[in-house]
Ligand binder design. Structure first.
Ligand code: NAD
Length: 363
């Protein structure tokens, strides 16, 4: 049995507690939150779990094998680095960290201390995204032209992160998993309509080599909930609508063919192919259960997590580039500069403008 501790019992933490605790090969032995009322609620449900308001009791407990973090992003690095140094594997909710530097350090620490580091890119573990990955890997879509994602609703205005760092990790992690390659440039614009200075809407454009373009629209101030991804390939196209109860993924045999017969008029050069649409059967298991089970399996059987530290780093790199672009009037940011430049520059800016200055010196 892997003994897991969950730190953070706010909105998302209880889902991790339930899923880890229901696994056959793991048990949640300890939970921690700064708010005693959250711990009282959780104790009512799980009376056997040890509770504490002091995360150090978790991090210093030699009986705990693994720590799962469901705390705000600015706490991920300090909590995770201490856990790893104390010989614990770490599962961190998205986004992995608040900066590229922090992500790189956690990867290095986990390797040095021989501990698993996994990021909670939950959508990667959904039946829908895994089915789309199969289509792409089997070349059924042909070459990918673009990836276009919309994630909007009347969402929770977060006090310490903007909508980019809150919602876009989902879309970026789906895109990263499906496309399996790294982009070249990122540009983004955002706006704040609440007077807090924290952006509630953002449009992010991501340029890949080979004319592959991606676009992500995230927004907390929309009257309806949209969770839609369009993927266009040279052979077929996919619409993934996560709000659909059934048939979340639809594959369209539609596209264009270019007729390069010089005698044809321009209007006759583009020919349309309009074929069938079908909705494949999807695995409907709870993604979070699959994800938690995968983390424990990686610990027990010494496997590399699908969403490992490197996957988390790739997502943080795009977020940091988008943040930098947003702060510089939609300037095109070269992803390679995010790696090589003093990344702290932009991450410091981000933590000043978008994340709280919660002191974690005590960790
Ligand atoms: N995978 C997903 O679909 C998904 C969904 C929602 C949130 N998240 C992620 O989960 C994380 C938490 O988000 P949330 O919505 O639950 O936030 P939240 O604010 O509702 O909860 C965070 C909790 O962490 C506690 N906390 C903060 N610092 C702590 C510390 N040092 N020790 C112990 N407890 C501490 C707070 O008291 C709070 O109860 C974020 O990284 C977020 O991005 C993931």
């Amino acid at each position: 049995m892997v003994k897991v501790a969950v730190i953070g019992c706010g909105y998302w933490g209880p889902n991790l507690i339930r899923n880890f605790n229901e696994l056959d090969n793991a048990e949640v032995a300890m939970i921690s939150d700064l708010r005693p009322e959250r711990l009282r609620t959780m104790s009512g449900k799980y009376p056997k779990m040890q509770v504490t308001v002091d995360h150090n009791e978790v991090l210093n407990n030699p009986d705990i094998d693994a720590v799962a973090l469901a705390t705000p992003v600015e706490t991920h690095y300090p909590l995770a680095s201490t856990a790893i140094k104390n010989g614990k594997s770490v599962f961190i909710e998205k986004p992995l960290t608040a900066s590229v530097n922090e992500a790189e350090e956690l990867i290095e620490l986990a390797e040095r201390h021989n501990q698993k580091l996994m990021v909670g890119h939950t959508f990667v573990y959904t039946g829908a995204v895994r089915k789309i990955k199969e289509f792409i890997d089997n070349r059924e879509l042909g070459n990918i032209n673009y990836f276009d994602s919309v994630r909007v609703n009347l969402g929770l205005f977060r006090p310490t992160v903007n909508v980019l760092w809150d919602l876009a990790p989902h879309d970026i992690s789906i895109m990263d998993y499906l496309l399996g390659s790294e982009p070249e440039f990122v540009s983004a614009v955002g706006a704040c309509h609440s007077g807090t200075g924290i952006e509630n809407i953002a449009y992010i454009t991501i340029h890949y080599p080979g004319n592959l373009l991606a676009h992500i629209h995230v927004n907390w101030l929309a009257p309806v909930k949209l969770r839609k991804v369009l993927i266009s390939g040279t052979k077929k196209m996919i619409v993934y609508d996560d709000t659909e109860p059934d048939e979340k993924v639809k594959v369209y045999d539609k596209g264009i063919m270019i007729n390069d017969d010089e005698d044809k008029m321009y209007s006759q050069m583009v020919e349309y192919r309009i074929g069938d649409m079908y909705a494949p059967k999807l695995d409907t298991s709870e993604a979070l259960r699959t994800e938690c089970g995968h983390f424990v399996d990686c610990i027990i059987n010494d496997k590399k997590p699908i969403t490992d530290g490197e996957a988390g780093l790739r997502v943080v790199k795009i977020l940091q580039a988008a943040q930098l672009s947003m702060e510089n009037n939609n300037e095109r940011v070269d992803i390679r500069c995010i790696r090589k430049s003093p990344a702290t520059l932009s991450s410091e800016k981000m933590s000043k403008s978008s994340t709280s200055s919660t002191s974690m010196a005590a960790v």
